[in-house]
Design a protein around this ligand. Sequence first.
Ligand SMILES: Cc1cc2nc3c(=O)[nH]c(=O)nc-3n(C[C@H](O)[C@H](O)[C@H](O)COP(=O)(O)O)c2cc1C
Length: 222
Amino acid sequence: MEIEEVASLIPLAKRGAIEERIYLTSGEFAQELGTSQQTANRRLQMLEERGFIERTGSPRRQQVILTEKGAAKMKDLFFTLYNIFSKPENEITIRGRLITGMGEGKYYISQQGYRNQFIQKLGFSLYPGTFNLKLDDNNLARFNAAIEKLTFIPIEGFKTEDRSFGAVKAYKAKIGNKIDGAIIIPYRTHHDENIVEIVAPTYLRKALAVNEGDAVDVTIYG
Ligand SMILES: Cc1cc2nc3c(=O)[nH]c(=O)nc-3n(C[C@H](O)[C@H](O)[C@H](O)COP(=O)(O)O)c2cc1C
């Protein structure tokens, strides 16, 4: 059933129904889906019942727009395909020294709003802690010059009952030439500029067998 939802939303999204209401006849929709008009109508009804679209107007002159849930479904599809097809165009390797933070990263990482997005957009579940590397001036300058040109994966901000959480830029990375993870740059942070914050599916200190002050290489892709 899932595939029918996606396949039916694509022609609507292509016509701009993520942003605004579009006029749609079931004849046109049928043609785009390659089905009978009756099936096309059933699909529209299904999308509406499941909360993916909203319809207004008369049946003869109906307008359709994707709901937030519908738009989120299209974004899911985008990131799934992005992860399958994306070949990084650029990369940079920097070296930093492992330092211990205040343990606050863990609090952020345990937020479901972030966790879900990492699973969906980067394809892994976060180990509950961050791995911080301190860069010297040379590595910081190279990092700052390169990061602008790398493509980031947007992790969106969200609200819980208590507070709001800010958006984060995530970049795919290989840590210690060994483990796939990501570096994250929150739009708001308590960290100094020369600290690079890393997240991964595993406990990196153990996986890389490194301790406080050890040098670790990180290759960042984008
Ligand atoms: C996924 C993620 C999102 C974050 N978002 C924010 C944020 O919106 N605002 C903020 O002040 N700090 C944010 N941070 C926290 C800081 O970047 C940093 O982790 C924290 O200030 C220090 O933690 P540490 O001492 O354990 O390294 C975020 C951290 C992570 C891992």
